[in-house]
Write a protein that binds this ligand. Sequence first.
Ligand code: URP
Ligand code: ZN
Ligand code: ZN
Length: 459
Amino acid sequence: MAILIKGGRIITADADRAADVLIEGERIAEVAESIDCPDADVIDASGKYVFPGFIDPHVHIHLPFMGTNAIDDHASATKAALAGGTTTVIEMICPGPDDEPRAAFEEWKALAEQGACCDFTFHLSVVRFDELAKQQVRELVASEGVASFKVFLAYKGALDIADEQLFELMEIAKELGVIITAHCENAEAVDAMQKRLIAEGKTGPEWHEPSRPRCVEADGVSHLCAFAELTGAHVYIVHTSCDAAVEQAMEAKDRGVNVFVEAVAPHLVLDKTCAERPDFEGAKYVMSPPLRDAEEHEHLWKALACGKMLTIGTDHAPFNFQGQKDMGRDAFTLIPNGIPGIQERVDLIHTHGVCENRIDLQTMVRACSTNAAKIFGMYPRKGAIAPGSDADLVIYDPAYEGVFTQSESESQADYSGYEGTPQRGRPSLVLRRGEVVARDGRYIGGEGGGHYIVREPTH
Ligand code: URP
Ligand code: ZN
Ligand code: ZN
């Protein structure tokens, strides 16, 4: 049976207009000022926005990291995503230094195929880089629809990659036309600063930010961009937390480097005083790059408004406060890094971005959906409201007012970093390929049903 969405305000990257949307099966069949289809089920969207399904370009679900595992599985994380209006996620495959890339890809894909309720695809982290790994990453691009790699310049001795290997990987990426996404912090500087602070007895979560200050991140961005300039690879800087790092990327862009910059919700909304909360509560807010001074918020919002930053992800990396974050009670270096937020992202951006007049609705759509689809080779299947696109749609109620709370989240994390803060707007209905799977901020679909999105190299 067809579905007809009537009377909504359609907001896409390039249009803002009143129109109806007809869905047949899993695809959008027609978008027009007024559509009549007597046989269709009608959804009344008057007073609501109709957005393309949102895409989160940076999530961690299966994540063995810092001696533990992130607490969500694919079912809980993707139900949370859908409840919050995100219909496609790009998950980081994060193998260890001894793991083969193909085995890692197969492990992550099997888990997602078993549990994921929304559509999914992957950035493949390259940690091991011997001859076998090189051969396998080439094969994964050629035959498995992998179109982006991930590198960590941070996490010395665990996930980081040597410069010699980084250079060669970027040459391969250039040759294959895939994009390198990168966590940019100077690993050696972080390591030295951590040792110094711990030796001085500065062990609490509030010392996490001083151990990796802004210059460390800006240095990482500059380093990556120099390699991009030399190899011609396209690079995408993930979770950029501060103006200094954004400006390093912009300087490189001015020199002709193909660089894209991502923001993530925690850096736009939370600040480093969160990590100073007493009774070890600050550990809930330890992530890398760290939360910065609140003054950085305006820099980042402006960078989004003017297109210096193109996407907003979450960097969803959920670790429980009890039993996981508290592994670092004696040393902040042992606190698993990450903050949950896959469900809250869209509402946070609406609340703090659109309602505060920092960005407009179309910038929100570009940053939270369309630009990721374009950069990562999913457009116009995803990120668009157009005939032939997947019928991933969010009918959004801008008038809703409430508060964020962990108790209403599908994520299994035992806290929300946004607990008790005001929420303005929420998805009334979320459609995943033509099926209603969430209503009023709650997941109402069945188990599974997410599809793996095969991607093509983009340049
Ligand atoms: O603190 C963070 N961001 N945790 C997840 C791993 C990463 O660096 O993205
Ligand atoms: Zn990272
Ligand atoms: Zn991450």
